[in-house]
Design a protein around this ligand. Structure first.
Ligand code: SF4
Ligand code: SF4
Length: 200
């Protein structure tokens, strides 16, 4: 059962045994040196030497340091940066989302809440009465954007979520997401079954 690996010559804790607990887990027993026998002097001196080296490098070659005086100074984000969410709008300014629930299904952080309702517009089946994103739980993975079939949600604002003092203030609602939104360039309902014909 227990197999004792060869003792290592480095200064770290010595592995005494490795026992399989089950298919996914192992129990690893290590022997640590007694506190009075272990010394951090070498590591401390090494750390001091590195710090001193960086200090003199910075003093003598200060113009090589790329320090950004944030928040007074900001560097532009890459074009594909995943920033704060927004909901895109139809031509009439209404929300483009059709409450299909693809984005909350794809969201690994379960931070999107949608309550759908039937739409009065005969060309639109549903719309979100409630659309909330908890930006504190969001891991900025972008899966909601990828999952959306109609370009209704984007993360291309180039903005951070604002710091908040109360937990509830981190929740973006439909109005705040829509106020940040823009008109979508996608064609509602697609371009028709023969959309590839134009490319011929
Ligand atoms: S970016 Fe990821 S975690 Fe954040 S709301 Fe979208 S799917 Fe969820
Ligand atoms: S934002 Fe897109 S994916 Fe999410 S519910 Fe609306 S239409 Fe569906």
């Amino acid at each position: 059962m227990a197999s004792a690996p060869k003792p290592k010559k480095d200064k770290g804790p010595e592995v005494v045994s490795v026992s399989p607990l089950n298919d996914k887990h192992r129990v690893i027993s290590v022997a640590r040196p007694a506190r009075e026998k272990s010394s951090f002097l070498t590591a401390t001196l090494k750390g001091l030497a590195i710090t001193t080296k960086h200090f003199f490098t910075n003093v003598t070659k200060g113009d090589l340091i790329e320090t950004v005086q944030y928040p007074e100074e900001k560097i532009p984000y890459p074009e594909r940066n995943r920033g704060l969410h927004r909901l895109t709008q139809r031509d009439d300014g209404s929300v483009r989302c059709v409450a299909c629930m693809c984005c909350p299904t794809a969201c690994p952080a379960n931070c999107i809440t949608i309550v759908p309702n039937e739409s009065d517009d005969p060309s639109v089946e549903k719309y979100p009465v409630v659309f909330e994103i908890d930006e504190l739980r969001c891991v900025a993975c972008g899966l909601c954007v990828e999952a959306c079939p109609c370009d209704a949600i984007r993360m291309d604002t180039g903005e951070h979520p604002e710091p908040v003092e109360r937990r509830g203030d981190a929740i973006e609602n439909r109005d705040s997401l829509l106020a940040r939104g823009i008109a979508s360039t996608a064609v509602q309902g697609g371009e028709g079954a023969d959309w590839r014909e134009d490319e011929k």
